[in-house]
Design a protein around this ligand. Structure first.
Ligand SMILES: [Zn+2]
Length: 389
């Protein structure tokens, strides 16, 4: 058995791992990709500590990695740039092409993380599952962000924490995108407010429930009922699944100030005041839930808005995917396959107006950037070896 748990000031890239040499998945837990979010580090250290202390027979391995080490040491969100951006293929290629002397602190961290990620992928004996632990500057229940694949959704639902769909389409280049591109099951957990006493416990409960869902621990070794109860209390009646409808991006020059009193999942009516900036008041265009309102100095997202997704549509979507109805999609007017990429569908929005985003979401396609006057949607694939979850 191998176990390397490091606490406190001697923070290193690998926070610890538990590997009994039994076959199974690799659960990679990333904590503190934002340096002002140490709760995830504490939570995964707690889980590793218990696995070690009780010598629990784990199937597969859990590996905990610190995200932005330099920023964690300084307890700042980041030093030069947000390390949870720039994970798209183009940004990565540009960053990797830089001379080392021209690299920012985050560039160097990202290079190390990439090495760790690829090493873990290449040494994995079973499926790889990525969990990214975050906290937020606002109060409110914990929630999950994930790319909407069937596997990810099942993993998310197993925790009982509300799921937010579509965040990967509004944030360019979060680390989730890198994993999605590699066909790996992945989710980000927003555990609660940074310093709230319950936040570490929220992350911890989610990790135990993930270990149990993946079959890495037998139910006899996890107090599932206690963790579920913990999550249920933390969730406090928030809707089970919502979809992002808007990201309000900001720059320093905007002089953005969030209106006071918002917590995650706070409902805002149509026309409700959200924030102010140098152009005046920012109001909600439709009745929505507010997510990640910014109450700290650093960050380039002012807030997100979301709407509730009815389970009815989710069931329809699963059935359509199961029947592979997406194969018929290119017969629809204004829709054709990309001749260079069979996984991508090109949509002419003037012809195919009414169903564009909704239908392709339902069919498991991910919206990409505009290409000329066309919209490009790419299929969300799961690696076949992940199919059993
Ligand atoms: Zn974060």
């Amino acid at each position: 058995m191998t176990e390397t748990l490091v606490r406190g000031a001697a923070l290193r890239r690998e926070l610890g791992r538990w590997d009994c040499g039994r076959p199974g998945p690799t659960l990679l837990v990333l904590a503190g990709i934002h340096g002002n979010e140490p709760a995830g580090v504490l939570a995964v250290q707690r889980v590793l500590g218990q696995l070690q202390e009780m010598e629990l027979p784990l199937a597969g391995r859990i590996v905990a990695i610190a995200g932005n080490l330099a920023a964690l040491r300084e307890q700042r969100r980041f030093l030069a740039r947000d390390l949870n951006r720039g994970w798209g293929a183009e940004s990565l290629a540009a960053m990797l092409a830089k001379e080392e002397a021209a690299c920012s602190s985050e560039d160097l961290e990202q290079r190390e993380l990439l090495t760790v990620f690829t090493e873990l992928m290449s040494t994995a004996g079973g499926p790889v599952v990525f969990v990214d632990l975050h906290t937020s500057s606002a109060d409110g229940p914990p929630f999950l962000c994930l790319a909407d694949t069937t596997d990810n959704r099942r993993l998310g639902l197993a925790t009982g924490v509300p799921i937010i769909l579509g965040i990967e389409e509004t944030i360019d280049g979060a680390s989730l995108e890198w994993w999605a591109q590699h066909g790996v099951m992945a989710m980000a957990v927003e555990g609660g407010r940074h310093e709230h006493p319950a936040t570490v416990g929220n992350h911890e409960a989610v990790l135990w429930l993930v270990l149990q869902h993946l079959g890495m621990l037998r139910s006899a070794h996890v107090d599932v009922a206690r963790h579920r109860e913990h999550v249920q209390k933390a969730v406090a009646g928030a809707p089970p699944i919502v979809e992002i409808t808007k990201r309000h991006a900001i720059t320093k020059a905007d002089a953005f100030v969030m209106a006071p009193g918002f917590v995650n999942f706070a409902p805002v009516p149509k026309g409700g005041l959200l924030a102010r900036d140098r152009t005046g008041e920012i109001r909600a265009a439709a009745a929505s839930y507010v997510l990640l309102p910014l109450y700290q100095a650093l960050g380039d997202d002012g807030f997100f808005l979301a709407r509730s997704v009815r389970r009815f549509w989710l069931r329809i979507a699963s059935t359509m995917r199961w029947l592979r109805l997406d194969r018929l999609a290119s017969w629809l007017p204004g829709v054709r396959r990309d001749p260079e990429d069979p996984l991508t569908i090109l949509v002419n929005p003037r012809v195919a107006r009414w169903f564009v985003t909704e239908l392709f979401h339902l069919l498991g396609f991910r919206k990409e950037r505009r290409r000329g006057d066309q919209l490009a949607f790419t299929r969300r694939w799961s690696r076949p070896e992940n199919a059993r979850f």
